[in-house]
Design a protein around this ligand. Sequence first.
Ligand code: F0G
Length: 358
Amino acid sequence: MPFRPRYTGLIERYRSRLPVTDDTKIVSIGEGNTPLIQLNNIPKLLKYKADIYVKYEGLNPTGSFKDRGMTMAVTKAVEDGSSAIICASTGNTSAAAAAYAARAGIKAFVLIPDGKIAMGKLAQALMHGAIVIQIKGNFDDGMALVKQVSKEAPVTIVNSINPFRLQGQKTASFEIIEELGCAPDYHCIPVGNAGNISAHWMGYDEYYSDGIVKSRPVMVGYQASGAAPFLRGHMVDDPETIATAIRIGHPQSWDMAWKLQKESGGWFDECSDDEILAAQKLLTEKEGIFCEPASAISVAGLMRDINSGKIPEGSKIVCTLTGHGLKDPDTAIKQSSTPLITVDAALDAVKLAILDKI
Ligand code: F0G
């Protein structure tokens, strides 16, 4: 049997492109190297002649793309002598911070909006031993508090304003290019703080500048209608959406995102909660891919942009599915259309239930 080296995470794989040295002690849980899955049934169903791939970031160790940034942020925090990290979060960053802090043997403090994060994410932060501080406010309030408190307490911020986070996250673009053999024509991605779209652009631009690929994709960022500062052209004070991961009104990477939108010739657009949930369901029912609502917005937006002709037929498209569907079981169960059938534990009853549905 041919052997191949054990995969040990994205810092090891992209060492030469990341700010680490030979002496850096890497904190990794094997993040990155996520599958790029070609959609088969949705394009057929919708009669799209386009190559659509999803980068399934839900298959990272804590179930979201945040692990890519967190391996870098925590590695550098430890290298710099920090023994505590802090973040504000809509859930996924807190899960990743908690896990990587556990792995590194340091403390994690996480500020989350009271009652507005998905159950799976809360369970993760608690299980990994983070100190969870629920605030009676939203993510933006939490972010402002984290910035203030980090000036007064010895804690390292691991939100995406920490530059190492985006360095780690840019590796998703490297992986996409390596698998496709080129950059996609379009990259569709959910936007909250706009850190991830910025990181992807950094990755694409790096391979382009180094002559590895001849083009960069058009970047298309989608926001939930109730939390869409990039569409309104200004910050939004009371963001609201079922996609709690992107319930953000004051994006931290505002300038960077506008810059890349112009450089890439891309655009921002918004989707309603209904469109988001419909896309989530389509992916689960037609492709076997379960992502959380915020992630599905990339496919919801793409479908609209293909229908309107904004994204032309024949394009090669990548959508980032940022987080796993299991993160938010409550929203999933509420919108499931498959009825639960309860019968007696008897052959006849089970047979009847099957024959009734066949
Ligand atoms: N998708 C998911 C599943 C997310 O958790 C986030 C952000 C985004 C998309 C948006 O990415 O902020 O880089 O534009 N979640 C952060 C958190 C805010 O705290 O977990 P972005």
